[in-house]
Design a protein. Structure first.
Length: 344
């Protein structure tokens, strides 16, 4: 990459002036200095854009930073759409169904004491993976630093660490089947080609998060056996899963938004809290793929399926006609606006 020319241009050379007296030596040194400066300027002008930026891993060679999925891709339209907020709880529940992930969240997360703040922070991080540009890789490194100290023992007494490759990969892998299933209700179902593109882009996001290719299935054909094996042998209804689908648990009053809204929520929270918990359970179970739902023993009736389909019809009719400022989340709106400006 660009670091090579910048390091080598004019370096390591011994200035050699023309023969002669002191004046000649001084003039030779000055000419040599001018030549070195010109070489450096030329090398800087010919350096290509540093995208992706090279980074050093340990004592090994430089490698290119991973880059997020491109504008115009499946994730570019999907992740920033407000409908994604409806499907994220299902992905979270499938993540914490892994005993190690569930134990890590149970032991170290603030999802009980600060659920709204955690949700806002998680959503902002999630948006950076796709729309963050150069900040995406830095966000991936930040998340890995954050998870270095998350360790302990799960409900079966087995030690866990958040960055164990298989565990870390499962957290990311759950997004693909949930996105794919939820799209059938909330949007237009993906074509086979779009499903492949979605998976390829999701792999790119995984690299942004520091997941190695050898730790994730690299094709859809490899993914489904891996996914079914995880459902058959690993996932279970953990403590955190049960808390996410409860309809009578504690939930603090929302503490985000304008003061007037928070005051209204505080007044009406005794009525709104049970309604919100029922909606959360409905969306988690309904937008979770049926095979995952079955693996976790989460009940789902025909009547609930009909209600979910009715909700989906309303969402599909309303959201696409919303103005961009209402349809897309803030970071996505800004990225889309900057992309259009760059194309012009």
């Amino acid at each position: 990459m660009a670091a090579g020319p910048l390091r080598s241009a004019g370096c390591g050379r011994r200035p050699v002036g023309p023969p002669g007296g002191g004046a000649g030596r001084i003039m030779g040194k000055r000419m040599n200095t001018v030549r070195m400066v010109m070489e450096r300027m030329n090398s800087v002008r010919t350096v290509p854009p540093r995208d992706p930026r090279p980074v050093r891993t340990g004592t090994g060679p430089l490698r290119a930073e991973p880059v997020p999925p491109p504008p115009g891709g499946v994730l570019w339209s999907l992740v920033g759409d407000v409908r994604t907020v409806l499907s994220l709880p299902a992905a979270l529940a499938l993540q914490v169904a892994h005993p190690a992930v569930g134990a890590g969240v149970d032991d170290h997360s603030v999802f009980r004491t600060d659920p709204w703040g955690r949700g806002v922070r998680s959503l902002a991080s999630y948006q950076l993976w796709v729309y963050g540009g150069a900040r995406a890789a830095e966000e991936g490194r930040r998340l890995r630093r954050l998870h270095r100290t998350i360790r302990g023992a799960d409900a079966h007494g087995r030690p866990y660490h958040a960055l164990t490759p298989a565990t870390y990969a499962w957290v990311h892998a759950t997004g693909y089947p949930v996105f794919r299933h939820a799209q059938r209700y909330l949007g237009r179902p993906f074509t086979p080609a779009q499903e492949r593109q979605l998976y390829a882009e999701w792999l790119r996001v995984g690299r942004v998060l520091g997941i190695r290719d050898r730790d994730m299935p690299q094709t859809i054909e490899e993914f489904w056996p891996y996914y079914r094996r995880m459902l058959d042998m690993e996932v279970e209804q953990t403590v955190v899963v049960r808390e996410l689908v409860t309809v009578d648990g504690p939930l603090p009053v929302p503490d985000r938004g304008p003061v007037w809204l928070r005051m209204l929520l505080r007044i009406g929270w005794p009525v709104l809290r049970p309604a919100f918990l029922r909606l959360r359970r409905f969306l988690i179970i309904g937008l979770m793929p049926p095979d995952a739902r079955h693996a976790l023993g989460l009940p789902w009736t025909d009547a609930q399926e009909r209600r979910l389909r009715r909700l989906g019809r309303v969402v599909r009719a309303v959201v696409p006609v919303l103005p961009e400022r209402l349809r897309y989340l803030p970071l996505a709106r800004r990225a889309r606006r900057e992309h259009r400006a760059g194309r012009r």
